[in-house]
Design a protein around this ligand. Structure first.
Ligand code: SAM
Length: 244
C-alpha cells in the first residue's frame, strides 16, 4: 500500500479508527488518479455527525443495522457505523480500491462485521454480483452512506439509479451523505431530485477548525482551511414514492 497512516477518534466514544492512505494510485484502465486513495474531509465530518447524532438522538439506532457505503474510498463512515454498533457493513468502490479498503478493515480488526466489494455506479452487473457475493444485502439495507461523491453532474444519473436498486422504494432505508459545498453541489443535488429523490439538509458546518484528526499529515493541519473555510453539509436523501 505504502501510504501514510491516519488516526481518527470517533466523536463521543473512546473508539479510534486507523486508515492507511494509498500512494500514487491511478486507474490502470483510464490512467486517472483514484480519488478514493486518500481521506476527504467530508468522510470525517460524516463520521463525527453520525457519532454525535447517535448520542443525542436515538430515533435511528445503528445497533444491529445493515449498512452500505458507496464510493467509500478509505471507508471511514462505514467503519464508524460498525464501531457504533452496525452488525453488517459493506464498503464499496471501484475495483482498484478494494485491496486498500480491505487493508483498512483488517487494520481495525473489523472483519467480523465489515465486508468490502466492488460497486460501480450505474452498473447493474456489479450490483448483481455484489448481492450474490454478500447475501446480507439481499434483505433490507437500513442505511446507505456516501461522502464526497457529489462532485460531477454527469455521475448523478448513475448514482440515482444505483440508489434506486439499493432502497427498492423502501422508506425505512436511510440515506445519509456528507459533501463539501462547492459551486456545482446544488446542481448535483438537483440532478438527484430529477432521479426521484428529495434532499433534506440535516446540518451544515463551516470548517474553521480541523475535524477530529490526530495525525499531522492532513492539509487541514497546514492551515489551508483558515484561508478557504470550506463549508460542508450532511443531507438525507429520501425516495419519492411514485418515482422510485
Ligand atoms: C472524492 S472521493 C471520496 C472518497 C471517500 N468517500 C471520502 O469521502 O473520503 C470519490 C469516491 O467515489 C468513487 N467513485 C467515483 N466514480 C465511481 C463510480 N463510477 N463507481 C463507484 N465509485 C466511484 C471514487 O473511487 C472515490 O472513492
Amino acid at each position: 500500500m505504502g501510504g501514510g497512516i491516519k488516526e481518527f477518534d470517533i466523536a463521543t466514544t473512546e473508539k479510534r479508527l486507523v486508515v492507511q492512505e494509498l500512494e500514487n494510485m491511478s486507474d490502470p484502465e483510464t490512467g486517472r488518479i483514484l480519488t478514493g486513495s486518500w481521506v476527504w474531509d467530508s468522510s470525517v465530518l460524516l463520521s463525527d455527525w453520525m457519532a454525535t447524532s447517535q448520542r443525542q438522538n436515538d430515533e435511528f439506532d445503528l445497533q444491529g443495522k445493515t449498512v452500505l457505503e458507496f464510493g467509500a474510498g478509505m471507508g471511514i463512515p462505514g467503519m464508524t457505523a460498525a464501531l457504533l454498533g452496525a452488525s453488517h457493513v459493506v464498503l464499496t468502490d471501484v475495483r482498484s480500491l478494494i485491496p486498500g479498503l480491505q487493508n483498512n478493515v483488517d487494520i481495525n480488526s473489523l472483519g467480523d462485521r465489515v465486508k468490502v466489494g466492488e460497486l460501480v455506479w450505474g452498473s447493474e452487473d456489479s450490483w448483481s454480483s455484489l448481492i450474490r457475493d454478500i447475501p446480507e444485502l439481499a434483505h433490507r439495507i437500513d442505511l446507505v452512506l456516501m461522502s464526497d461523491v457529489f462532485y460531477d453532474i454527469t455521475n448523478m444519473p448513475e448514482i440515482g439509479r444505483t440508489l434506486r436498486w439499493i432502497v427498492k422504494g423502501d422508506l425505512k432505508t436511510r440515506v445519509w451523505c456528507a459533501t463539501e459545498i462547492r459551486q456545482w453541489t446544488s446542481q448535483c443535488l438537483y440532478e438527484l431530485m430529477k432521479e426521484g429523490f428529495n434532499v433534506i439538509e440535516l446540518t451544515n458546518r463551516r470548517l474553521d477548525s480541523p475535524p477530529n484528526l490526530i495525525s499531522s499529515c492532513s492539509s487541514l493541519m497546514d492551515g489551508d482551511c483558515d484561508e478557504n473555510q470550506p463549508s460542508f453539509a450532511v443531507f438525507q436523501i429520501v425516495p419519492r414514492l411514485n418515482d422510485v
